[in-house]
Design a protein around this ligand. Sequence first.
Ligand SMILES: Cc1cc2nc3c(=O)[nH]c(=O)nc-3n(C[C@H](O)[C@H](O)[C@H](O)COP(=O)(O)OP(=O)(O)OC[C@H]3O[C@@H](n4cnc5c(N)ncnc54)[C@H](O)[C@@H]3O)c2cc1C
Length: 467
Amino acid sequence: MILKTYSITKEAAQVHIKSVGETNQQPVVDSSSTHHKTLRPRVLIVGAGLGGVAMANAIASSCDVCLVEKRADTGVEGSAIGLPANSVHALKLLGYEFEIKNIARQISHMAWAKSNGDLLSLQELTRIHPLGAQFMAVARRDLHRMLLERAIVQINFRTTINELLLPAASDAPVTVRFSSSVNYGGIESALHDFDLVIGADGMYSTVRDLVHAAVKATGDKAKSAGQPTVAPKPVFRNVRAWRTLVHGKPNWPEHSIYFFSLTSMLMLCPINSDTSGDRYYIYAHEVIPKPDRLTDNESEARFMKIFSEYGGVIPEVITEVKTDELSTLFIESISDIYWGSPTDRVVLLGDAAHGIPPFLQNGAAQAFEDVYTLALLLDKAVSRASSAQLTETCILDEIKKACINYVDARHGRVDFVVRESNPPYPVNESELDAMFKDAKEKGSWSVSQFYKLMNNPTFSFPSDLLS
Ligand SMILES: Cc1cc2nc3c(=O)[nH]c(=O)nc-3n(C[C@H](O)[C@H](O)[C@H](O)COP(=O)(O)OP(=O)(O)OC[C@H]3O[C@@H](n4cnc5c(N)ncnc54)[C@H](O)[C@@H]3O)c2cc1C
């Protein structure tokens, strides 16, 4: 027997009531109110980051979710995160409109400046989204906590997956071997069967490697058609980045502002305050030909050296940076978009499927769009199967169709966002001058790209796939 038949669980009903009461709006994925008899697919989600937790929350009322995370806890590094209006819109559709307004700060303007502090452009962002969503910024920890506070699915920490066996037939489960014993459905074992596996395990996804290898091993040419021949890998984007949070001063800008030189840039963005006052997110980077091996001290010294030579408010900002809170990383993106094997009911979301360059702040945004789309399609599949009293094989077929529709609905959009997220790096002084001239006369590259992303005609959530 693949799918268990349950009546709706007490917990699911409670979640329904809780989320309606707390957010004053209907959760998107709300099977509890419509199912008289609910078939609950067994779903594994690997990775309890932003995408994994949002996904678990979105389907917890209609599926039996197992959520595993390789780290020991949910402590998140990463200072802050920009939530462009499409991200805020996706979070609203997922039922977080009330919470996000409480924890994030609206960014109503965005500016570009030269590294000496000369202002090039200051543009309004409030009318950027066709449905009125606003651009916001938030401490990453607060965003993750917001998602975790909604969670009813327990996270299995210090757990990863070691093996993934694709279904041997259309009515068979996906079998997964974990790194340690997992209690799922009351059974303690390192081996469990699932009707659907979702890889939300980030840029270095294990699910991606395992499913790619498993599909290849089948030798099935149809399944491999159009897929990358080797499992996609993170690719270095010639940038060393630094991130931190600092407390602000009253004279600091209320908008987000990017300062540029030929080989480096720094973004200063106000975020939500804490009890000690206003906070600002600093993202800075320098262009380097290949990753090097600076020690933490050397990297901090490099940050100080580069940005203490900037003008405007930056010298004052730099004095507020605590070097032990400055995190350094090399920016990477995924070589190819890869969604897993939807016909085998193994799909990827977020960075696991498409690690997007961060220059348009759309990594998490695309993860939330993935989550909404997949959750909606899955919920409809379960709903349709329950109301039609389908056989188990047919229900698995509905899940498979939901996975295929998910990939169809998301691929064009993600491909567009990946392409649009690559900034026109100037490679010499005359290209830099041209970029500055453009920013002064026509506005900044980022703002025009944000407009494109919000109004991308290839993108709509898949209501047309649901009939
Ligand atoms: C410098 C920088 C700035 C960024 N700024 C923005 C921004 O402003 N706005 C924006 O939208 N995006 C931004 N992003 C991108 C954003 O952080 C990611 O796209 C987003 O976190 C992706 O979410 P995710 O859930 O897919 O992956 P993650 O958040 O990476 O979560 C993956 C989770 O899976 C776990 N995991 C990994 N492997 C395994 C395994 N084998 N087994 C179990 N668990 C596993 C990890 O521990 C982690 O908890 C930025 C990225 C960078 C690098």
